[in-house]
Write a protein that binds this ligand. Structure first.
Ligand code: ATP
Length: 250
C-alpha cells in the first residue's frame, strides 16, 4: 500500500502513513530495524497525546523557529527514521532557516549513511553533511561520536529529532542549543534540550517551518522575546500532564 492508498477518512490515517513510511525505509536500507522499535515507542506516546499538537509543543515549535532564525550555523541532524518520515520537510526547513543537513546515525554503517544522503538529495537537498566524519563529540565512544567538523561540531543550534539520550547530553555539554523533537517527555534527549518539542515529527517540522516563515522579518528583539518566554521545564511538565491526564477521544 502507498501513502496515497490509505484513505484520508481512516481514523488512524496519519499513524498508518507513518508506519508505512518506516516500513518502506527499512526495506530500502534507510531505516534500521531498531528504528521500527523507536517508531513503536513514539506511536504509543502519540496515541496518549491524542495524535495532536498540544499547546506547549506549539509554543516550542515557535521558540525553535526563533532560535534557528537567530543562529549563525544551524544544523538539522537526520537519522534513518527522520529520513524515511519527513525528507521533503527537512529540506524545506533547511532552506527556510538557512541550516545545513547532516546525517548522524546511532547504528552507523557506510551503506546507510550513503543511502540516506542519496535519499535526501533525491528530495531536493543540495548538500548533505555527515560522510566526512572528521570531528568527534567529546565524551562518547568513537563510533557514536563521529560528526562533521563544519557541521554539527561547529554548529551553534542543532535540531536533533529522535536522538539517543547520551548523544543529546554530550551535545548539550558542548554548549550547543539543542532543539529536540521527541514524543516522550521523559526521554533524556527531551530533558537536556533547550527546546523540547513533544510532538510527532510529522507535525513538528511543518509547524517549525510555518513559524519560521511567519517570523522571517522579525527583529532580533522579537526573536529574543519569543526565546525568553519559552520555558523548557514547563513545556515538559505540560506534555507529561497531557499524557497522564488526557482524555482519549477515539
Ligand atoms: P533516551 O535515550 O533519550 O532516554 P530512548 O532510548 O527511549 O531515549 P530511542 O528509543 O533511541 O530513545 O529513540 C526513540 C525516541 O524517539 C523515543 O523517545 C520515541 O518516543 C521517539 N519517537 C519515535 N518516533 C517518533 C516520531 N515520529 N516523532 C517524534 N518522536 C518519535
Amino acid at each position: 500500500m502507498t501513502d496515497a492508498e490509505i484513505p484520508e477518512t481512516h481514523p488512524r490515517h496519519d499513524s498508518l502513513v507513518t508506519r508505512h513510511r518506516i516500513e518502506a525505509g527499512v526495506e530500502s536500507g534507510i531505516t534500521s530495524k531498531q528504528g521500527l522499535i523507536a517508531q513503536g515507542r513514539g506511536e504509543a506516546f502519540d496515541y496518549l497525546l491524542g495524535e495532536r499538537t498540544i499547546e506547549s509543543a506549539d509554543a516550542a515549535a515557535r521558540a525553535a523557529a526563533a532560535h534557528l532564525l537567530r543562529a549563525e550555523d544551524p544544523v538539522i541532524s537526520v537519522n534513518g527514521n527522520v529520513a524515511a518520515l519527513v525528507p521533503d520537510e527537512v529540506v524545506e526547513l533547511a532552506e527556510v532557516v538557512g541550516a545545513a543537513i547532516e546525517v548522524n546515525l546511532f547504528n552507523r554503517t557506510p551503506e546507510r549513511m550513503q543511502a540516506i544522503a542519496d535519499h535526501l538529495r533525491e528530495h531536493g537537498a543540495d548538500e548533505v553533511l555527515g560522510l566526512a566524519a572528521d570531528a568527534q563529540i567529546p565524551g562518547l565512544d568513537h563510533e557514536r561520536a563521529k560528526v562533521d567538523a563544519d557541521g554539527i561540531h561547529s554548529a551553534d543550534v542543532v535540531v536533533v529529532p529522535l536522538e539517543d539520550g547520551d548523544r543529546a547530553a554530550a551535545l548539550a555539554e558542548m554548549g550547543k542549543i539543542e532543539i529536540v523533537i521527541d514524543l516522550n517527555p521523559l526521554s533524556r534527549s527531551a530533558q537536556v534540550a533547550a527546546v523540547p518539542i513533544v510532538d510527532n515529527i510529522i507535525r513538528a517540522i511543518p509547524n517549525i517551518i510555518s513559524n519560521a516563515r511567519d517570523l522571517q522579518g522579525a527583529s532580533p528583539e522579537e526573536l529574543a522575546a519569543i526565546i525568553d518566554a519559552f520555558d523548557a521545564d514547563e513545556a515538559l511538565s505540560a506534555a507529561e500532564r497531557a499524557i497522564r491526564e488526557g482524555e482519549l477521544t477515539d
